[in-house]
Design a protein around this ligand. Structure first.
Ligand code: SAM
Length: 171
């Protein structure tokens, strides 16, 4: 049965956001490749062998939230209730010297966004919707790339968050 065009996201598309299956949904490769060219990631902080973006990665068995994050980290976390813990860990790890680049849903009304994302050095708002994993449908939510960098010495004002637009190819 086809859905009315005004009906909003289909049940299948919505399930992308609300199902724990999304925990496994991989970052689109071309999207990741551009960021990797810019940052040169050395650690994928949450992955399994099938979707890891770096040779070095933490798995659920190791529990990344209990590990030390160092170097230049890529984070596309599980989008479930614990997402705030992942963003907090990204912020804390940056305070300890890592650079952490996060791909998260642009949920600007959430507590985790206000408490942690607003402390980021940079927020890149993705134009259009990403197609995660091998999904045919675009995600039913907007995405943002959030960059946490180590603290720098400098004059007041250096800590302000920069918000920019990010256009993936085709968007
Ligand atoms: C949205 S996927 C991202 C996969 C891949 N890093 C990418 O960017 O395409 C999130 C991944 O986090 C993993 N994960 C879930 N809980 C984890 C934990 N506590 N520690 C490490 N990885 C975890 C899941 O198995 C899943 O592979």
């Amino acid at each position: 049965m086809s859905e009315h065009p005004d009906a909003g996201p289909s049940r299948e598309a919505l399930s992308v956001h609300f199902s724990s299956r999304t925990d496994l949904w991989a970052t689109p490769l071309s999207f990741y490749a551009k960021l990797d060219a810019e940052f040169g990631f050395t650690l994928d902080v949450c992955a399994i062998a099938d979707n890891a973006k770096c040779a070095r990665y933490y798995t659920p068995a190791e529990d990344a939230l209990r590990q030390r994050w160092d170097g230049t980290c890529w984070m596309n976390p599980p989008y479930g209730r614990q997402i705030g813990l992942w963003i907090e860990k990204a912020y804390v790890s940056a305070q300890q010297g890592a650079t952490v680049v996060c791909l998260v849903p642009a949920r600007t009304d959430t507590r985790w966004w206000h408490v942690w994302v607003m402390r980021a050095d940079e927020i890149r708002l993705v134009r259009g919707r990403l197609k995660f994993g091998d999904g045919r449908n675009s995600a039913p939510f907007p995405s943002a790339v959030v960059v946490f960098r180590p603290p720098i010495e400098g004059p007041p004002g250096q800590g302000l968050t920069r918000v920019v637009a990010l256009s993936p190819a085709g968007a």
